[in-house]
Design a protein around this ligand. Structure first.
Ligand code: SAM
Length: 216
């Protein structure tokens, strides 16, 4: 993602605590209080400009959503969308996903979305991929038992790597599509990157994986 310096981003974020939650560590184990209901919570890690979550929050008003994005200049666009749409079931966190365990306790989250995560193609950078085993362990520690990861990418190398990583971690592969836009999958909400890459003719890979609980 090309980053433009937007010096006003910090102030705009601070002015909208109802959308970009300040001090998220205070809500660890207690996100229901932030939304004021008992609905399930789905998070997107690396949410970018927020198109996917705004679409999902509109489509599913009885699910709460949190978008995690580390760059102020990028989350600003998601915030501007959210101000326009006024969606009560969507919040944003301006934090680095490496620190998710500071903000979420076990059972806080029902599903993790990873969309068009940075591929980090060099082998020596594998630990930075959001589907590397340390991230899978971190997601497990905030998800409910039997929680799921839903993953989309245009990057074949990252997709293949991630399927292996999921499998080696012991996750159950529930659904896989090697060409999402030609599949029978219904209700797909496109992300910014998905729109951009599919317009260029790239195919989109998608999978759903599940952490097994003791009964499975
Ligand atoms: N999900 C969006 C989409 O599909 O259009 C954005 C994809 S973009 C390639 C990846 C996004 O993930 C960027 O906005 C980047 O800043 C964010 N990101 C990458 N690593 C992150 C991390 N460790 N914590 C939070 N955000 C991260």
């Amino acid at each position: 993602m090309r980053l433009r310096n937007k010096p006003w981003a910090k102030d705009k974020i601070a002015e909208n605590p109802q959308y970009v939650v300040p001090n998220p560590a205070e809500y660890k184990g207690n996100w229901k209080e932030v939304f004021g209901n008992e609905n399930p919570l789905h998070i997107e890690v690396g949410t970018g400009k927020g198109q996917f979550l705004v679409g999902m929050a509109k489509q599913n008003p009885h699910i709460n959503y949190i978008g995690i994005e580390m760059y102020e200049s990028v989350i600003l666009s998601a915030l501007e969308r959210l101000i326009e749409e006024e969606l009560p079931n969507l919040k944003l966190l301006n934090v680095d996903a490496n620190h998710l365990s500071e903000f979420f306790a076990k059972n806080d989250v029902d599903r993790v979305y990873l969309n068009f995560s940075d591929p980090w193609p060099k082998k020596r950078h594998a630990k930075r991929r959001l589907t590397y085993k340390t991230f899978l362990s971190m997601y497990e520690n905030l998800l409910v038992d039997g929680g799921e990861i839903h993953f989309k990418t245009d990057n074949q190398g990252l997709f293949e790597y991630s399927l292996t990583s999921f499998s080696e971690y012991g996750l159950l592969l529930k659904y896989i599509s090697l060409d999402l836009h030609k599949s029978d999958f219904e209700g797909n909400v496109m992300t910014e990157y998905e729109e951009k890459f599919s317009q260029k003719g790239s195919r989109i890979y998608r999978c759903e994986v599940k952490y097994l609980n003791e009964k499975d």
